[in-house]
Write a new protein. Structure first.
Length: 327
């Protein structure tokens, strides 16, 4: 075969390969959209989302091909950049409010034996996984989760509480634009209660306050903040108190696309916190200690709505801003 013909043959093979890959990408994109019910307003937006989706898919495949303690997946959030995702779903600390520990009780580590592992789900202190949807109300879900646990531990009755009550009525926080768990606990304390989920269902948007004192599901006497960055204190509190509200840095694609395993990213801030979640336990797996955490992105995300994160060195700031209510 002459050199010119050889080059042409190779070029044809490359072209066929590129066309085949493009066809496969298009079919994979179509199937993914069908799986998650995704539709877009225009061909332009569809093409833009597909480009982001392809980048995320390739990132997932590359990560999963490496030796890692956690796995990723092309989940329902794969058509969003990390920046877009964080701006929609991560609402901890956004707005004008800041942590205020004035006159707040501080929980400190004082030593003593605690269990090797804890999972408050097995003790009836944790409600089913919820979904904040496209609203930055993670702080409200973290708040209700900790209070649901405290109320159940005291009364023996697990009651799902209303995040929408906090979104609509807690004026020191900012609804879907963000808030803090400590401020939310203070609102419930001063309001003399929070309504049940059944009486005040979640709408994933800001609305008019419709709190009714006849529908109160739990009350708060005060809240306690765990000594900042003290992971030993947090561990003891989880063991002795119950589910604990915490904040973390959840701004990375690796968390957005998390599937399973012990989350242990190479880069994660212990100070730039943007997402409120709920620590419901801790344990050890293959020699690696972890926190067991409930998220509020629905059961399709992560490990049926939960994740494990390495408990070493205050990873992602899990121990930086932890608190719980006293009922």
């Amino acid at each position: 075969m002459e050199p010119t013909l050889s080059l042409r043959f190779v070029a044809v093979l490359l072209l066929i390969g590129l066309v085949s890959a493009a066809v496969n990408d298009a079919e994979e994109w179509r199937l993914w959209k069908g799986k998650y019910g995704k539709t877009y307003r225009s061909i332009y937006e569809d093409n833009m989302r597909q480009k982001i989706w392809l980048q995320n898919r390739d990132y997932v495949n590359e990560h999963n091909s490496m030796d890692s303690s956690f796995q990723l997946e092309v989940n329902e959030f794969a058509d969003l950049t990390a920046e877009e995702f964080s701006s929609i779903y991560n609402g901890y600390g956004k707005g004008r409010n800041r942590e205020n520990h004035e006159n707040t009780t501080i929980y400190r580590y004082t030593g003593g034996a605690i269990p090797d592992s804890v999972d408050w789900r097995t003790k009836g202190l944790v409600t089913p996984v919820k979904n904040q949807k496209q609203c930055g109300s993670c702080w409200a879900f973290s708040t209700t989760g900790s209070l649901e646990g405290a109320h159940a531990k005291k009364t023996g009755k697990l009651v799902s509480l209303s995040e929408q009550n906090l979104v609509d009525c807690d004026k020191k926080d900012h609804g879907c634009q963000g808030g803090l768990m400590t401020t939310a606990f203070k609102y419930i304390e001063e309001n003399k209660g929070i309504d049940t989920e059944e009486s005040y269902p979640y709408k994933a948007k800001n609305g008019r306050c419709e709190f009714k004192k006849d529908d109160i599901g739990a009350t708060v006497e005060r809240h306690v903040s765990i000594l900042t960055t003290d992971c030993e204190a947090l561990k003891k509190a989880v063991a002795e108190i119950g589910p604990i509200s915490v904040a973390m840095d959840a701004s990375h694609s690796s968390f957005q696309l998390y599937k399973s395993g012990i989350y242990d990213p190479k880069i994660c801030s212990s100070r730039k916190l943007d997402h409120g979640v709920l620590v419901v336990g801790y344990g050890k797996e293959d020699g690696e200690e972890y926190w067991l955490v409930k998220n509020s992105w629905g059961k399709n995300w992560g490990m049926e709505g939960y994740f494990k994160i390495a408990s070493k060195k205050n990873l992602c700031g899990i121990c930086t801003s932890a608190c719980y209510p006293v009922v």
